[in-house]
Design a protein around this ligand. Structure first.
Ligand code: ADP
Length: 296
């Protein structure tokens, strides 16, 4: 099954154009939708999840016209929204069972088996009788995945799932996602480059409602390989460098600014070539020749 998005447009009533002619084909496996806050990721995710309307364009999921056959989409969709609220005074096993009833699984034995399997899969079995209000951020997100998996979905959408998780929880969550990705379309929307780098075989970079790159992370890195140069400078020098070079990123390492420049040849003045990574690709697309304002 493929998800084919063509020429999708959305302008909100306040005049913000959140999606500009978005065209993407998404195959089975993990797809990363990468972009800064406000890029339009949630608008796109909510439209695919049938939660809001587009102004024009089309979305096709296999045989299903997503924009008109909403009920059909919902039957095979697992959606973990950015803000996943839980009922704090209910334990995980009870809520998951209840959600399975709502999804139409009326056979009690079947439901019990499914709920147990999902709690095992998401590593929440030990905490199954604990009220969800006492869950950590990572546990809540994993519960969100458990509920998203109830209907054995063919399309799973997770919107900014790792924001706010500590590194251990984030790892556990990403491992769980990668296990699911095999026979399903999983769209991971995130502003965190590392999430995409670690998990996704295919990706798009989006900013200001527009798709700036689509392809594999490895191809994206290969395109800038050998062209990324860095130099450690002092803070007073920053302004000069900003005026003289096309800086793609500025970071502080050990309190000192380290600037990166994209160039076919070694730039004048002691720059070192470094291996390209996905972050360089991201910054190149998002900021182009303008600076990133990462450093103070
Ligand atoms: P992201 O998920 O990448 O952070 P969003 O899709 O949430 O981006 O937002 C894209 C743009 O649309 C932003 O400028 C945001 O302020 C605006 N926006 C999002 N939702 C609404 C809405 N319901 N009404 C008006 N503007 C919105």
């Amino acid at each position: 099954m493929q998800l084919v998005i063509q020429n999708l447009n959305k302008t909100y009533s306040n005049g913000v154009q959140a999606l500009k002619d978005v065209t993407l084909t998404i195959n089975q496996g993990m797809f990363g939708l990468l972009g800064p806050n406000g890029a339009g990721k949630s608008s796109l995710m909510r439209t695919i999840a049938t939660l809001q309307e587009a102004d024009s364009g089309s979305i096709q999921l296999g045989d299903i016209n997503v924009l008109t056959q909403k009920e059909e989409v919902r039957k095979i969709l697992g959606y973990l929204p950015q803000e996943f609220g839980v009922y704090p005074k209910i334990d995980a096993i009870t809520l998951l069972d209840h959600l399975a009833v709502l999804k139409g699984i009326s056979n009690k034995a079947e439901r019990k088996g499914l709920v147990e399997a999902l709690l095992q899969k998401t590593n929440l079995w030990q905490a199954r009788n604990k009220n969800l209000g006492g869950y950590s951020g990572g546990m809540k997100q994993r519960f969100g995945i458990a509920q998203a998996l109830i209907a054995n979905p063919k399309l799973i959408i997770v919107d900014e799932p790792t924001a706010g998780l500590d590194p251990a929880e984030r790892n556990r969550f990403l491992n769980l996602l990668s296990e699911i990705g095999e026979n399903t379309i999983v769209i991971l929307s995130t502003h965190i480059v590392e999430d995409v780098k670690e998990l996704c075989t295919d990706m798009a970079i989006i900013n200001k409602g527009q798709v700036l790159y689509k392809g594999s992370p490895l191809d994206a890195i290969a395109a800038v390989e050998g062209k990324v140069w860095t130099k450690t400078i002092t803070k007073p020098e920053l302004e000069n460098y900003r005026n003289s070079f096309s800086i793609i990123s500025e970071r502080l390492i050990g309190g000192r600014p380290v600037i990166s420049v994209l160039s076919d040849q070694q730039p004048d003045g002691g720059f070192d070539r470094v291996p390209a990574d996905l972050e360089d690709v991201y910054f190149t697309h998002i900021f182009g020749s303008t600076k990133t304002e990462v450093a103070a």
